[in-house]
Design a protein around this ligand. Sequence first.
Ligand SMILES: [Zn+2]
Length: 176
Amino acid sequence: MMRYSREQQATEFVDSIIKRERCLWCRDPSRVVYRKGLCRPCYEKGAQLKRAQKLLSDLKSRGKSIPFEVKHQADVLREAITDCKELGIVLDRVLQGGDSPLDLEWDLCWLSRRICRKDLFKGMATQLGWVLGPGHRRFLRALIWRIISVDASRHRIGRALSQLHRKALSSKEGAR
Ligand SMILES: [Zn+2]
C-alpha cells in the first residue's frame, strides 16, 4: 500500500476541491450547483436582479419616474453579486497556487482582527514558511477562506450598502 506524506494529503484535499463542480460565481465547494452553473443563493440573487432591471427598463420606456426603492434594490443586488464573485476569485487563487507564507499571514491576521480586533500574527510569514510546507499552507488557507466566505455571506447586504454609500460619497467629492 502506498503511504502518503502529510504534505501530499493536504495537496490532495485541495486538488479534490479544484476538481469538484462548483458555482460559477461564489465557487463555494460546500454548495451544490443548482441551475445554470450557479448555486441556489447565487441563482436567486441573479434572478432578483434580472427582475429589478426589467422593472427599471419598463418604467423608463413608459416615461415614468423611477422610485428610489426600485433603483436602490437593483444597486444593492448588483453590489452583493460583485462581492460574491470577488470572493470566488479569491478562493480560486488560493486553490490554484495560494501557498505564499505572506498570504497565509494576512489570512490569519484577518481572522484575529475579526475575532479579537488585533493583528496577532503580523510578521509571522517567515516562520509560517519554515514550519508549514506549501501543501499545508494552501490547505490552511482554503479552510480560512471558508470562514471568510460564511462571514461575508452573512454580512453581504450590509457590505453592499456600505459600498454603495462609499461610492455615493466619492462621486459627490468628485463633483465638487
Ligand atoms: Zn454560488
